[in-house]
Design a protein around this ligand. Structure first.
Ligand SMILES: NC(=O)c1ccc[n+]([C@@H]2O[C@H](COP(=O)([O-])OP(=O)(O)OC[C@H]3O[C@@H](n4cnc5c(N)ncnc54)[C@H](OP(=O)(O)O)[C@@H]3O)[C@@H](O)[C@H]2O)c1
Length: 281
């Protein structure tokens, strides 16, 4: 029986991916691990995972995802986002496993005026983005069989995310001010999980962008979420400068997913479809 291991399976994407793979991968043994039962930054911990029962596919959703916190915890962010993937890559290479690694739009600085394609030169402007890029480079250079999936603006059950935060704030009757000058591709973890599994099992290797098709601003995403949830709220579009953050946000996070679409032979669902699936079903 083939074995698939999901790391970070208690996180927002990892929990969804695990549920999807368990349903989709008949005949596979599917296991999930997370910190502290496994620490991807610890060589012994990673070796233990591979030595007992090496996976055929390893899906790495474990990461340091606190974008602002990474600015003041650079070393810790690099350990999880770069050293961890490097250790996983060596183990995958040693055992012949396929390593699927999830990365981010933050490897780009957001200055481009059109959607980012896989071959655009990365230029991360944040410690988080730099740590994720270092992880990508380790995976690409060490893991013989790898798939790197860059995604963006994730939301889904089981994790802190923008959509839930907005709906919660609106339900509490708070006035909402939402940034309207950053564009991105909101991505439902359900759609992303399905697409990752389709890509890896269909033999995709290398780097692919996978995100909700199309683009919007955070303000537009908030308005759509409120409308779908049937909540009326006072919501005001504002500029990024009204919300100074330790880590600068890319003005353009839009990912061009046509490479994945061409490989899979069909368009990915639009971001509005993903939002509808998440909020309505
Ligand atoms: N969220 C987004 O908007 C977004 C956008 C683009 C790309 N991504 C990427 O998508 C992936 C999944 O993101 P997510 O939002 O689902 O993340 P998440 O909810 O923060 O989950 C990450 C998981 O990794 C675990 N982890 C942290 N350090 C670890 C270690 N040393 N060893 C093992 N596990 C460890 C975390 O455990 P603890 O909770 O105990 O720390 C957590 O369960 C990440 O690679 C992220 O960079 C996310």
């Amino acid at each position: 029986m083939k074995r698939c291991v999901i790391l970070g399976h208690r996180g927002m994407l990892g929990s969804c991916l695990r549920g999807h793979v368990q349903g989709a991968a008949a005949g596979w043994k599917v296991d999930g691990y997370d910190y502290p039962e496994i620490d991807i930054t610890d060589a012994d911990s990673v070796a233990g995972l591979f030595d007992k029962e090496p996976p055929d596919i390893l899906l790495n959703c474990a990461a340091w995802t606190d974008v602002d916190g990474a600015e003041s915890h650079v070393e810790e962010a690099f350990r999880v986002n770069s050293v961890g993937p490097e250790l996983l890559s060596h183990a995958a290479r040693r055992t012949g496993a396929i390593l699927v690694h999830v990365s981010t739009d933050f490897v780009f600085d957001g200055a481009k005026k059109s959607p980012y394609v896989e071959d655009d030169p990365p230029a991360p402007a944040t410690a988080y983005g730099k740590s994720k890029l270092a992880g990508e480079l380790a995976v690409a250079s060490i893991a013989a069989h790898h798939l790197i999936v860059r995604t963006a603006w994730l939301y889904g059950p089981g994790g802190r995310n923008f959509v839930d935060t907005i709906l919660q704030a609106a339900r509490e009757g708070r006035d909402l001010k939402v940034v309207d000058d950053q564009r991105g591709s909101p991505t439902f973890t359900g759609m992303l999980s399905r697409t990752i599994w389709r890509l890896v099992t269909a033999g995709a290797r290398g780097t692919y962008h996978v995100a909700g098709r199309g683009a919007c601003t955070w303000y537009e995403l908030a308005c759509s979420a409120l409308e779908l949830a049937g909540i009326e709220a006072d919501i005001t579009p504002v500029g990024t400068s009204e919300f100074p953050r330790p880590a600068p946000r890319p003005p353009n996070s839009v990912l061009d997913c046509s490479k994945a679409e061409a490989f899979l032979g069909g368009k990915l669902p639009g971001w509005q479809e993903g939002l509808r699936e998440y909020l309505i079903g």
